[in-house]
Design a protein around this ligand. Structure first.
Ligand code: ADP
Ligand code: MG
Length: 347
């Protein structure tokens, strides 16, 4: 595959898709976006796009005919669709990996099987609720599939409130609440021959949605290295191709626990666009198109502020200062907590 002739198909048309498209253009790779929504920032930048349901076989067939390789900007594309596409063309990362990482239970089982520490968790299906030790609380119930930005999560202060709760179905995990000192993420890219990580980012969530990311994470070198090693182990075990994000909790005892894995480019890596010599998006495009990936080098210390919902109105009229970079995703509908843009600034 010579890079000049590649047309890359991208499932999903959000801001992550938009940044992927822009990086592909820089590398002279054509992109076609497939999204299920008209209000998708990526479609304005791609060479072509389709708006249809992710299960629409007719449109998927047209899409496949026009592309050489496919990837996705979010992991909740129906597994059957990705599996169907992969019978005709290469999809990176491999959809079999996604079937593990789309499901919080399978993901945590995979990690623990490989001796990687996670939060303590229970499978709602397997437990006798009354017999859970009361010390397991406070805890959080999370839907096994389709959750993001805290969606599908319920907090239980104690066993009493948990026993009273009526679950809609059994497809939940119950996670012990971690009293963490810091949340960090490692963004890692792997192609068939190379693996590179960015240094850890510190992440601050508000109401379970990422609000701020910092590079540096201000953690000691040992923890940074340990987190990178865990991320490397994960991509190798999965034979993963592309960019991945691993979210961690650092406990008060400096223990590292994996919170979750995002098999895609990630919000906490937005500042790689300004703070590093190469962005998480460019390295993802390179990896999935079988081009050499670039070793990340930090150029600036930066922070990122996620602009949610109505906050965008303020930023659209704000005068942007020197060393600040505003990214307005150009989404038409402003919804509460919707990611509308982000501001990166030097620190
Ligand atoms: P999502 O897929 O919605 O990002 P996460 O599991 O990452 O789901 O949860 C979102 C945020 O909620 C986390 O980044 C963290 O701040 C908080 N959180 C989730 N699980 C726990 C836990 N077991 N203990 C403490 N905080 C948690
Ligand atoms: Mg998360």
């Amino acid at each position: 595959m010579s890079k000049k002739n590649i047309t890359l198909g991208i499932f999903g048309g959000g801001q992550l898709g938009k940044f992927l498209v822009q990086s592909a253009r820089k590398l002279k790779i054509k992109t076609i976006v497939y999204t299920d929504s008209n209000d998708s920032p990526a479609i304005y930048y791609a060479d072509d796009f389709y708006v249809a349901k992710y299960t629409n076989k007719k449109t998927i067939n047209k899409f496949i005919k026009k592309i050489d390789v496919a990837t996705f900007e979010f992991e909740n594309i129906p597994f059957n669709t990705l599996r169907y596409v992969t019978k005709k063309i290469k999809v990176y990362p491999n959809p079999n990996i996604i079937s593990i990482l789309q499901d919080r239970l399978k993901e945590k089982n995979f990690l623990n099987f490989n001796k990687i520490n996670t939060t303590k968790y229970l499978n709602l299906k397997n437990i006798n609720k009354k017999k859970i030790n009361k010390n397991f609380f406070p805890a959080i119930a999370k839907t096994r599939t389709l959750g993001y930005d805290g969606k599908g999560q319920t907090f239980f202060k104690n066993k009493k409130t948990f026993l009273k709760y009526q679950f809609k179905n059994q497809n939940y995990i119950i996670e012990k609440l971690v009293n963490f000192k810091k949340e960090i993420s490692i963004i890692i890219t792997r192609n068939k021959k190379q693996i590179y990580c960015f240094d850890a980012f510190q992440n601050i969530h508000k109401e379970q949605i990422l609000k701020f990311s910092y590079s540096d994470a201000n953690i000691n070198k040992k923890i940074n290295l340990e987190a990178k090693k865990i991320a490397e182990k994960i991509v190798k075990k999965l034979d993963y191709i592309g960019t991945m994000c691993v979210e961690f909790f650092i406990t008060n005892q400096n223990k590292i626990l994996v919170n979750e894995i995002a098999p895609r480019v990630h919000n906490s890596g937005h500042l790689t666009m300004n703070a590093y010599n190469v962005s998480q998006f460019e390295n993802h495009i390179r990896a999935v198109c079988n081009i050499k990936i670039i070793k990340p080098k930090k150029i600036h210390k930066m922070m990122m502020n996620n602009i949610l919902g109505k906050e965008i109105k303020y930023y659209r009229s704000k005068i942007i200062k020197k060393n600040e970079y505003l990214f307005d995703y150009g989404k038409q509908e402003i919804k509460e907590k919707r990611k509308m843009g982000h501001l990166t600034k030097l620190i």
